[in-house]
Structures are given as structure tokens and as C-alpha cells.
Design a protein. Sequence first.
Length: 588
Amino acid sequence: MATATLLIVEGTGQGTRFQIGRRRAGIGRGADNAVRLPDSEASRFHAALEWAETGFVLSDLGSVNGTFLNGAQIDRQRIVDGDQLQVGQTVLLFRVVGVGSSKPLPVDLVSGAEDRSSIVSAIDPPEGRRPVTAAEAGTETSAGSSEERPFESVGVSESTEAEALASLAALYRISEEVADPTATLETILQGILDVALEVVSADRGCVLMVSRESGLPVPRVYRGRGHMRDSRSCDDTMPVPRSIVDVVMMQGHGVRTSDAQHDNRFSGGRSILQAGVREAVCAPLVGRQTVLGVIYLDTTTDVADVMKTRSPAGRLTEESLRLLVAIGRHAGLAIDGQRSQQALVKAERLAAVGQAIATLSHHIKNILQGVRGGSYLINLGLKDHDEQLIEKGWGIVDRNQGRIYDLVMDMLTYSTDRLPAWKRADVNGIVTDVCELLQARAGETHVCLQCELSERPREVDCDPEGIHRAVLNVVVNAIDAVEGRPGAKVSVTTGIDSSAEWAFIDVEDNGTGVPENEMPQLFAIFESSKGARGTGLGLAVSHKIIGEHGGEIQVENSPGAGCRFRLTWPLRTAEPEEPDEGAVAIES
């Protein structure tokens, strides 16, 4: 079974990846889409991806600006791995990941009596910082020590102009493979192997990587040309001589084996010739510090043809080996780079988790101190039978209980990607409830909180709980912004815009406004200008909720004179053809 992903590579939301299943996945600006794009030039229901018998198909849904696949406008067309589709100003990369069969690769690492390999030449890797080989690290293999070289090393001669261009083209293509932001180690190795098979003119190949658990080389990918292309349907096993792999791993240079008709593999039990192998080349994947594995290519032929002609022409030459060594060096550095990048991302994620835990712990500690203070007053009141003291203590506990609830709800809202639970709701009723909840808080801080409710729209499509929390957080932020100012005022207004396509809720205050240097981080998580009073979650959560509705929060800032936040989301005038359950946004 195949699954797929869509990665935003250009446009708003760059880096967001959506997992595509077998169910229909809508693409567009509307919040009902499984792949929702915050792009004003995308139609509400712009395009759709769905699985057909032959693979994934991309269809335009009558969009205003059209759907483009690899730069060409389409109505309905099959989409394959690596294609780029454009919706509005957003460009997405489509990748397919095969899931299902766990059948092992058709690669057999042979040794002992079955291994009749004969090395005829070797080439050292390009000059540069030389990696530590297995021999220098003291690893024992069946090939013997690094000082034992039963063959003559062949130096690198000057390449012809054609060879140099071929090498450059191959390395450029490999660079493109490893630069893919969605690439996994397996896809990188497959791409490298495809390039190597083409430029070296081999029939099949495999990559063996050193296992971190056992320290031994194990097959990671297999690729073939022609009828051997699919490793899952290949009945023939590809024999890889253990002695060849050991020499390459131990000594860090590429080797070429002799043609089958010129060595003892013509006879014996399960010889390589009987498996259809004529000749092979093997090169190390040289990282910055050590040899990471090997890339092994060979040619195959029909045994009857070899026995009949007795003179098969060799295809794997010294130039082939030289090119494979260069590919191996470049691939090794690319793999090293990818591993370093993965380690860096992991470290950054752990650092972010640590920062989140530290920040939340600080806020929870402050809340618990308030609860303890209120509890202390309640205990004193109970002992002295002082109802006023009990009432004062309970007021402190109740306020901090509300702070705990708000913090937990904000954490849950921000941490979960979700689609709104759409229903018809009275937006004026939502705003009225928010204002009633916050009247006590506004009164304590001497802030005048007013509601100005419009008759249009009375009811809109939205997630009432989500809009309630988004408005609540913005109003709380506004009250905090004007606290302590003479004539402090916060007004909340509802309505629809002049185009009659968007509902809006305005929250305006007469505070000092937002400093210009803080505007870029206004909706960033854990960014707060309130010191210990703020969690840095409120505005980030509101921004996320409105974004899930297909809307946005616009800010009109007047430093020294106040600020207005406008929460807008589209009035839904059309329903999708069918529910979209085929995709989910995942973290990049």
C-alpha cells in the first residue's frame, strides 16, 4: 500500500507537511479541506487528491486561478513522486512512500567457499581528509589486515573531458537528491543508486550500511534496471562477496572484480557466474570521519550466452570504478550531512521541549502559590470562624483555579491540529458570554468593558467553543494592556465586512499599543510582554484557532494610542463534495 505526503515548499506555511491517505483529500483555503492552505489566491475548494487504481490523481475543482502540475495547468491528471503542484501562490511537493511488504531485499552477502571473488584493481578515494578505516580502528574482517594487499593498486589517471563531464553531471544529480527536504535516508540511497546504475552502465546494485547495533554491513537498498527494477518482485538473489565488502570497508578504496570467464567462478558449487554475474565494482561510502558502508554494482548475463560465445565484452572499466568512487565519496558526505542535520533537529526539539516545560512550570508554580495563599486564608478563617476571611481566601483560590483551567485549555488547543467542529452559532451570544465572564476581572482592574453587537450576522458557521476561546484570550490581553491607565476601556464589536463574505469580531483598547519591535513576535508561542502575569500562549492560541477556521487576525496598532485586533473568518456559502478525511497535518 502506498501513502503520500504534500510539503509546502513555497508560500505561507512553508515547511508544513500533510500526510495523505487513500481517502479523498481536498486542497484549498476552506477550513473543511484536509490540506488547508492560508493562501488568499487559492479557491475555498480548489483541488483534490484521490487514489485511483493506477495511483494518485490530482483534480481541479473549478478553481478561479487554476491548478498547476509541474508548471502546466491541468483539469485532472495522475500525479507521481517528485511532482510539484501549485495552488494560488503556494507550491507543494508530492512524495510517495511505499508501505506494506516486509520482504527482505534480494541481496545475499556470501562468504567462505561460496565466495570466489577475484579483485583485479583498486582505486583510492579522492584526496582530502582521509576517514578512519576499519583496519585502523582495529576491526577484524575476513579480508585480513590493512597491510595485506594481494593486488596492485591502480593510480587515478587524468580523466578525459567526457569523463569529467559525466562525473560532474552525476554528482550534480546526487546533490539534487540529497537536497530534497522530504528525503529519508532510504530515498537518498535509492536516488544515489539509480544515478550510479545509469552512469556506470551496470545492471543492478545495492548499498550496504554499517549497522549501529552490530557494527556489520547490512543491505539497505537494492535497485535494478529493466526486469530487475523492483526488488520486491525479483526472484534472483544478488550475491555480494563478503571478501570484497571487507576489503573496501577495511582499506577505504574502491575495487573492481575480474570478468567471470577469466577466473575460477566458472566452476564449483554455487558460483557467482551461475547467479548470472560477469563483473562488479564496489566503492566505499566515505564520510567525514569513517567509512559508512559500500555501494556495490554488477553486470549480469545469460549463462548460456557466456558459455556459447566465451568472449563477453566487459562493461565495468577503470573509468567506471573511478566514477563510482567519486559517487561514493559524495554520497558518504551527503549521508553524514543528513545525519548531522537530524541530530541538530533532534537537539533543537529537545531544547524546545525543555523551554516549554520550564516556561509552563514557572506559570504553574505561580498559580499554585496563589492557591496556597488562598487556602491559608481559608484555614485561618475556619479556625477563627471569620466568614470575611474565608470569602477572601476562596476568591483567591477561585481566580487561580480559573487560571489553571485557562492554561490547560490553551495548552491542549495549541498542541493539537484539528478541524473546527462546524455548527450554526449566534456570534453575538458568544461575545456576550465572553464579556460577562470577564466583567468581574475588568471591574477589579478598573477597566470599562463594552460590547457593541451588530444585527448581522446573528448566526454564522463556526466552531463555537473555538471562537469563544479565541475571543476570550484576545479580550483578556486587551484588559491587561490597559490596566492601570486612566479611563481604561476595551470594546468588543461584531459584524460582517463590506464584501459580505467575512464575519469579524473587533477587540479594541485605548492602551499604549504594541511596540514596533514586538510586532513580528506578537503571535509567537511563549512570547509575552506581561512578565510573570502572561503565559505567552493566549494570542498564539487565538491565531491558531482563527487560522483553522480559514481566517486571520489583523492588527491595527497605534503606539501610544491603543490597538485593535480584528478576528475574521469566511462565511461558508458552499459545502464540499464529500467529507475530507484523507490527510492530516504533521510537524516538519
